[in-house]
Design a protein around this ligand. Structure first.
Ligand SMILES: Cc1cc2nc3c(=O)[nH]c(=O)nc-3n(C[C@H](O)[C@H](O)[C@H](O)COP(=O)(O)OP(=O)(O)OC[C@H]3O[C@@H](n4cnc5c(N)ncnc54)[C@H](O)[C@@H]3O)c2cc1C
Length: 354
């Protein structure tokens, strides 16, 4: 089989890259091993325009947010699913200092912030003592439906191979890429943290970050918003909520831990006034990077091998925007954004050339 692109991985990155490559008319094959604990399958799907204790805008959010809304609407229409909804965050202040920080920021910039008209609106459902602010708009990507629906779409077009890609079987030279019966002009790794160990890209400064999450059943909780008080409580399916997550830079393994489950349950017991039951608990490792910017582009030595990775904590907003930019690079030769282009690591990639 001859294709223009062979992609490794169908997480949120491989999904968007394959979407735009197909839209541009390229022939492709995606190989994905379907790891149900990959970050794309454990993530909540939140696109939150602000971050941190000082509630500052996230990188490029004024461009990313409207573009993400349109992109997910488009793919959702194609697949006949609701791929994105608006779910503003109700941010309960855990301390008086956090309330002060929110109000200070609100006084300077109200673009994504709002103050409630009734501070007691949620008193029957949640325990909170210092009021709340609203972050709006905030979006929720329906990853649980989107990823399987796009996978099925690829399968229907014979563009998905459900298998574990074995790099030892790869033959790459000036004539192109050969992998078993597939001949490709380009190979792009969209395989999350796996790229951090592969011989072409292992020298990129990945900083894997482990996150744990539990799912609860809570029929009396409202599904109108994402609720936050230290942790996020995110509407998932009917009566089911996603609760998380942790951010661990140092960890021994990628498995769920008793300590996270017990601490989160305890937090919920103090926060919620309604009953809940834990129904699932998972952990995954985010493909984060030391300087918090994605890794995108073609290898400086192996010019037909590339990477679309390093989405960190923000795959849902970064992947659609930069997948389109990467496809434009192939279509028109337009330069990639220098902050994401792996050309910034050209010397180190040349030096560690396998
Ligand atoms: C707990 C948690 C919560 C998160 N919440 C959010 C959130 O709310 N919003 C947000 O934007 N981001 C969130 N993230 C981050 C987000 O999940 C990542 O940015 C994103 O999923 C990265 O996607 P990816 O496709 O690059 O990588 P991955 O999701 O890792 O996908 C890689 C794919 O490649 C496949 N693969 C790997 N190796 C091979 C191989 N050898 N052969 C075949 N297939 C292979 C895997 O099976 C997988 O399907 C969260 C992450 C975690 C862990």
């Amino acid at each position: 089989m001859d294709v223009d692109f062979l992609l490794i991985g169908q997480g949120i990155s491989g999904t968007w890259l394959s979407y735009y490559l197909k839209q541009a008319g390229y022939q492709l094959m995606v190989i994905d091993s379907l790891n149900e604990n990959s970050p794309s399958r454990v993530a909540a799907g939140i696109i939150n325009p602000v971050t941190g204790r000082r509630i500052v805008k996230t990188w490029m959010i004024d461009e990313l947010m409207p573009a993400a809304w349109n992109a997910y609407q488009q793919i959702g229409n194609q697949l006949n699913i609701e791929a994105i909804t608006q779910k503003n965050i109700i941010d309960f202040f855990p301390t008086p200092q956090m309330k002060l920080a929110f109000n200070d920021r609100f006084a300077i910039d109200q673009q994504y912030l709002d103050q409630p008209t009734d501070e007691n609106a949620y008193q029957s459902t949640f325990n909170y003592h210092f009021g709340y602010g609203e972050i709006e708009p905030c979006y929720l990507v329906n990853l649980a439906e989107l990823l399987p629906a796009w996978r099925q779409h690829l399968k229907n077009h014979n563009e998905l191979l459900e298998d574990n890609f074995n790099i030892d079987k790869l033959i790459a030279d000036n004539h192109g890429i050969r992998y078993e019966s597939i001949n490709a002009k380009h190979l792009i790794f969209c395989d999350g943290i796996q790229s951090g160990t592969n011989r072409f890209f292992q020298s990129l400064p990945f900083a894997p970050n482990k996150g744990e999450v539990i799912w609860i059943e809570a029929p009396d909780l409202p599904s109108t918003n994402i609720f936050k008080k230290g942790i996020n409580l995110v509407p998932w399916q009917q009566n089911i909520f996603w609760v998380g997550s942790s951010y661990q830079w140092e960890f021994d393994n990628d498995q769920p831990t008793t300590i996270f489950r017990e601490q989160t349950q305890q937090q919920l017991k103090h926060w919620l006034k309604v009953p809940f039951k834990v129904i699932d608990h998972r952990a995954s490792v985010r493909p984060a990077t030391i300087e918090r910017r994605p890794f995108i582009g073609m290898h400086p030595v192996h010019t037909n091998i590339g990477i679309f990775n390093g989405m960190g904590t923000k795959g849902c907003s970064l992947a659609p925007w930069f997948a389109k930019e990467f496809v434009d690079y192939f279509r028109t030769g337009k330069q990639l954004n220098s902050e994401v282009d792996i050309n910034r690591f050209k010397r180190i990639l040349q030096r560690n050339n396998p």
